[in-house]
Design a protein around this ligand. Structure first.
Ligand code: SF4
Length: 388
């Protein structure tokens, strides 16, 4: 048995055909033909990372291509990145290798080719099975394409479907019908994303101008709880606020990030977390290309986590997952708050004396985690997003 410590690799592919009006990720228009330059820069970053980072004794056990739209890269380009990663890092023979795909990019030939190159998990951006909703969300794929991709992928053994919810006017009955339709394709994993209006997005601007109907928080909670019930009843167990999986199909990459295992982020805007050091790459593709053309690492932000910061992270990441947190992780006052949450049927105190949020608590996870962190630290730290 290998004694190497696990290491995750996240690859941010920044290209998108259009920029969706609700999205605040860094993206770059795919039509400008910079993909070959990007892959060359990525291969260089992999090589520099091998020399820059002290990863001896570690073995890559997950690789996650996120974005952006990673399926805009060709299969050969994805294969080149995987080959370089295998050459530069020690890699487990059973590594989980995930590729995010948009429905318009899925064909059975591509799935076969990607599998032959080492990809063994697909995350499909379905988002909705209602054409009017896809239109409102500014997505360019159609429901017909979503259904075709679902039919194509349904025989694949390890795949996730992303589904969004929570727009003004969405009813529980309609969401349940959508979930039923999705479940007929038997996904091994489902990620639910509540529509949030971020200020820096087109939706954020429209909302500020009063031109986008506000979403009712109670309705969002109602939709969420209905979805949890349906997914659980169909064998997809909740293991994080937004994530549900059949037995043996949890995302190993995301779980490792939530458990604060080290990972390396590659590509524009990607974050790395190695031991107590967190770094972030430049968000600009052009700066990224220029820096790597000079064999300069593209990191523009470095943060050394103090023990207090790590403690806060352990709490908020734990409470968002089925891991929860052991009682001794929390101060006395937080333990009292958690006991109140148990009384209010929002959390469970397990026999091993750990606390975990139940579905009702998960529906209010942001508020609850904020309350606990306020109790722990007297200030309300804003958790930074990890690379997943
Ligand atoms: S939501 Fe996905 S496809 Fe749309 S702009 Fe963001 S990353 Fe690209």
């Amino acid at each position: 048995m290998s004694t190497a410590r696990p290491l995750g690799v996240y690859v941010h592919v920044p290209f998108c055909r259009i920029h969706c009006p609700y999205c605040d990720f860094y993206t770059y228009p795919s039509g400008r033909g910079r993909d070959a330059d990007f892959v060359s820069a990525l291969l260089c970053e992999i090589e520099l990372s091998r020399h820059r980072l002290d990863v001896a004794g570690h073995e890559v056990n997950t690789i996650y291509f996120g974005g952006g739209t990673p399926s805009l890269l060709s299969d050969a380009q994805i294969g080149d990145v995987l080959t370089a990663a295998r050459r530069m890092f020690s890699q487990s023979g059973s590594a989980e290798i995930t590729l995010e795909m948009n429905p318009e990019d899925v064909t059975s030939d591509r799935l076969d080719d990607l599998t032959a190159r080492g990809v063994n998990r697909i995350s499909l951006g379905v988002q909705s099975l209602r054409q009017s909703v896809l239109n409102d969300l500014g997505r360019i794929h159609t429901v017909a394409q979503a259904r075709t991709s679902l039919e194509t992928i349904s025989g694949y053994r390890n795949w996730n479907a992303d589904l969004m919810f929570g727009w003004a006017g969405q009813t529980v009955a309609d969401f349940e019908r959508e979930l039923d339709e999705l479940l007929a394709y038997e996904p091994s994993h489902v990620s639910l994303y509540e529509l949030t209006i971020e200020p820096r997005t087109r939706f954020g601007v429209l909302a500020a101008q009063g031109r986008l109907e506000a979403v009712d928080a109670d309705r969002q909670a109602e939709l969420y709880l209905a979805a949890v019930e349906i997914l659980e009843a169909n064998g997809l167990r909740q293991y994080e606020v937004s994530n549900f999986a059949r037995e043996g199909h949890r995302s190993r990459h995301n779980l490792a990030c939530w458990r604060r295992q080290p990972y390396i982020g590659l590509g524009p805007s990607a974050c790395s977390q190695l031991w107590s050091r967190r770094t972030e790459n430049t968000r600009s593709l052009i700066t990224y290309l220029n820096r790597l053309a000079g064999r300069d690492i593209p990191v523009t932000f470095v943060e050394v986590l103090t023990p207090a910061m790590e403690h806060v992270e352990r709490i908020w990441l734990g409470l968002r997952t089925c891991d929860g947190g052991s009682r001794d992780l929390f101060g006395k006052r937080s333990q009292n708050v958690l006991d109140e949450l148990v009384d209010e049927n929002l959390a469970i105190n397990r026999p091993d004396h750990s606390y975990v949020l139940n579905a009702n608590g998960m529906a209010m996870a942001d508020d609850i985690v904020g309350r606990i962190l306020l109790t722990e630290t007297k200030t309300k730290p804003i958790p930074r997003h990890l690379s997943y």
